[in-house]
Ligand binder design. Structure first.
Ligand code: ASP
Length: 412
């Protein structure tokens, strides 16, 4: 029985749980509230993951840069492009979420907010000060993400500065980040149960409105990803890299296909590397550096989705957000995309980070988890195409690209 259960891919179990949860809710009606606790337990486990996952993954990511000098022209340009494209992506998500309001038809209303306190109105001085991780342990205990990110980056830089002496610590974080990915995999096994319970609860109290809202969210996720790929990346390739857009897409089609089917930037990494080197003509040193870094830190599809999903949650639960919240979301969604590992469902966990900071109930996570895989596949295509586009742009700017190789890419 258990063997059979685990033989079915997780995402298929989640989709089945979604369908079963909806049917159960529609039949059972509001009484389905009594099984909501199962969903709450699932969410509590997701919350548990946020701090260690970001901490290990970010420190390991910075340490992976290798040495501080390498950060120079290639690293600097890549980091700038990662951040700028990430910001554009989040704001696109926020714009679509505001204008097209995917969650507005659903009103789950009077749910008590999670254990996370409402953000308080503070002046810019306090805001600045709050980014400094005065007490790292406190910061972790409070799941205070911005200072946590600052702390993780500083540790990463410290590891690089310590050179040989820093290597053992770097290895600990490397292995810690792998361990945390495994722990995540264990928690994700709870997804079918959490999704079943929360969908039954939502369908029981909301009826078919729930389905319509989720369908809108999935549609907007695809639309946002397509805009990022075909507008933002095309523009980058054409105007910054000054290379033919058609050849770029022809060169990365394999990576896009693998990304869509695996929903994992990490799993796609070898294919992305091969595409950028063989089909796009990027030098091995630039491609291995930028593509590997990009696979963990550059996730524009995820950033866009985090913005969109936060608004979805706010609309469903009637949380009003102001400009300050939008800025907070834009920073945290970019940070979440950087902190997310390139594995299936990572974006889902990072929601806990963004939602918590602006007071959107974490129940939203379980609400969207049932349809997450199908959105994740498209997010991953966006993430991987972005890695390739930025790699090519940086290579073109630093003269590390073989244009003839790129144009004649059809010999693969
Ligand atoms: N699965 C995505 C990736 O690997 C991350 C996410 O969940 O958004 O790129």
């Amino acid at each position: 029985m258990t063997r059979k259960w685990f033989a079915i891919p997780l995402w298929q179990r989640v989709v089945a749980a979604l369908a079963l949860g909806i049917v159960t809710g529609l039949v059972w009606g509001p009484g389905a509230e009594s099984i909501k606790i199962i969903g709450d337990i699932f969410i509590a486990f997701i919350k548990m993951l946020v701090v260690p996952l970001i901490f290990f993954s970010l420190v390991a990511g910075v340490a992976a840069i290798g040495d501080l000098r390498k950060l120079g022209s290639v690293g600097g340009r890549a980091a700038l492009l990662f951040i700028v494209t990430g910001q554009i992506a989040v704001w696109l998500g926020l714009l679509m979420g505001t204008l097209l309001a995917p969650g507005s038809g659903l009103d789950v209303g009077s749910i008590e907010r999670g254990a996370i306190p409402e953000p308080q109105d503070t002046g810019w001085r306090d805001m600045l000060l709050s980014i400094v991780p005065q007490s790292p342990v406190q910061v972790m205990a409070d799941v205070n993400v911005l200072p946590l990110i600052v702390f993780a980056m500083l540790i990463g830089i410290g590891i690089l500065m310590a050179e040989k002496d820093g290597e053992p610590v770097a290895r600990i974080f490397d292995s810690g980040s792998i361990v945390m990915q495994k722990v995540t995999a264990v928690v994700m096994e709870l997804t079918p149960f959490g999704v079943f319970a929360l969908m039954a609860w939502v369908a029981g109290t909301q009826g078919s409105d729930a389905l319509i809202a989720l369908a809108k969210l999935v549609g907007l996720n695809y639309l946002g990803c397509l805009i990022i790929i075909f507008v933002m990346y095309s523009a980058m390739v054409k105007f910054l890299a000054r290379l033919p857009v058609r050849d770029f897409f022809r060169g990365i089609i394999d990576a896009m296909a693998v990304a869509y089917s695996t929903a994992s930037s990490n799993a796609t990494l070898p294919v992305t590397l091969r595409c950028t080197q063989r089909n796009l003509g990027v030098s091995p040193s630039v491609s291995s550096f930028v593509v590997s870094l990009g696979a963990t830190v550059n996730m524009n599809g995820t950033a866009m989705y985090l913005g969109l999903a936060t608004l979805f949650g706010a609309q469903v639960f009637g949380v009003s957000l102001d400009w300050g919240d939008y800025f907070m979301i834009s920073i945290l969604a970019t940070a979440g995309a950087i902190g997310a590992a390139g594995i299936p469902g990572a974006g889902l966990i990072m929601m806990a980070l963004v939602f918590g900071a602006v007071g959107v109930p974490l129940e939203t996570i379980a609400l969207v988890a049932g349809v997450d895989r199908i959105m994740d596949m498209m997010r991953t295509v966006t993430n991987v195409s972005g890695d390739a586009a930025i790699t090519m742009t940086v290579a073109s700017m630093t003269g590390e690209i073989d244009r003839a190789e790129m144009i004649s890419a059809d010999d693969v």
